[in-house]
Design a protein around this ligand. Structure first.
Ligand SMILES: Nc1ncnc2c1ncn2[C@@H]1O[C@H](COP(=O)(O)OP(=O)(O)OP(=O)(O)O)[C@@H](O)[C@H]1O
Ligand SMILES: [Mg+2]
Length: 336
């Protein structure tokens, strides 16, 4: 028992706190209720779970399978994910072998979980549609994906779709309340707000950031995690830093602004793209005389963000950020 517990304690938190039962899945009540009903009525259709990362897709189907099969899990469930080779041959052979063998231990259907199915080639997805039809008598498929549009329409039409929304704040809060007690951790109010904001409904991110934050504490039993720690662990800029940069761009000359921006970026190890995100957030609520300023500015920052994601040079793009903001505000002054 203690060895088992030790093993669990050493796991990364995302695994340590992975829901074991459907009841442990937070914030997806509508989906869990519907799926449970299917099971109770013995009418499970082929399922498609899709939605952003860290919202509980894999956890839900694994918990569901555990509830259905208990200790027969390994005989009755085939899990395939992107780390397995899922070229067309695997679909043809492995799935076929599993789906076509009769079950000896229990009646009912087998379950094939195709995790990260949007990473499968189109050819493999196409091979799948015949197989799904052929083995529907004794097998159910559950397809998991981040993006439904990356799946072939034929596959989509064979499944009942469920979209996993980013977890609502109250669901995340009740989940972390649980984790904090287990880990003897405290979280300041600001830290909690920062964590909710930065995680954007991704529970995996929440757990990873919390675990990283705990590691930075000197005395985890006494110390409280602050918002500083949270921002640091996310690599996100603190609001105070974003404000300081914006202030410098608006009030100082070009070279001072450029110096300030790079200084803050370097000391905190920030990526320009995260800084832009922070600025956009700030500017969206900024009080302005002329709404056109905001429109123009947000469009320009959006373009810069796109250029960075396409591999644009950081130094040039930093100048572009300063230029965009200075120019838009210049027009604001003129027009007021
Ligand atoms: N609804 C939830 N309730 C409780 N914990 C959750 C929930 N969603 C995610 N988690 C936590 O986050 C971790 C990752 O969740 P999971 O693997 O189910 O995400 P996913 O939706 O499959 O993401 P991906 O699209 O990246 O595969 C889990 O180990 C669990 O600890
Ligand atoms: Mg998953």
């Amino acid at each position: 028992m203690s060895e088992e517990k030790n093993k669990r304690d050493n796991l990364p938190w995302v695994e340590k706190y992975r829901p074991q039962k459907l009841d442990d899945v937070y914030g997806q009540t509508a989906i869990v209720t519907t799926v449970r009903k299917f099971i109770e009525e013995g009418k499970l259709p082929h399922l498609l779970f899709y939605g952003p990362p860290g919202t509980g897709k894999t956890s839900t189907i694994v918990a569901l399978a555990r509830e259905i099969y208990g200790k027969n899990y390994s005989n009755m469930v085939l899990e395939l994910n992107a780390s397995d080779d899922r070229g067309i041959d695997v679909v043809r052979n492995q799935i076929k072998d599993f789906a076509s063998t009769r079950q000896i231990f229990s009646s009912g259907f087998k379950l094939i979980i195709l995790d990260e199915a949007d990473a499968m080639t189109n050819a493999a997805q196409n091979a799948l549609r015949r197989i799904i039809e052929k083995y529907t008598k004794n097998t159910r498929f559950c397809i998991l994906a981040n993006y439904a549009h990356k799946l072939t329409p034929a596959l989509l039409s064979r499944c009942t779709r469920f979209r996993f929304q980013p977890l609502p704040n109250d669901a995340i809060e009740s989940r972390i309340a649980n984790v904090l007690v287990h880990e003897h951790l405290k979280l300041s109010d600001d830290a909690r707000k920062a964590l909710l904001k930065l995680s954007k409904g991704d529970m995996r991110r929440v757990l990873n950031v919390l675990q990283a934050s705990k590691a930075t504490l000197d005395d985890p039993e006494k110390d409280e995690i602050t918002d500083e720690t949270i921002y640091e662990c996310c690599g996100a800029p603190r609001p105070a830093d974003v404000t300081a940069i914006l202030k410098s761009i608006l009030e100082d000359d070009w070279s001072t602004a450029y110096y300030t921006l790079n200084k803050i970026r370097q000391t905190n190890g920030l990526a320009l793209i995260d800084l832009i995100e922070g600025m956009i957030e700030l500017l969206e609520g900024y009080e302005l005389n002329n709404e056109l300023t905001r429109i123009e500015l947000l469009t320009k920052l959006g373009d810069i963000e796109y250029s960075i994601s396409k591999g644009g040079n950081d130094r040039i793009q930093s100048s572009a950020v300063i230029g965009a903001i200075k120019m838009s505000f210049e027009n604001e002054v003129k027009s007021s």
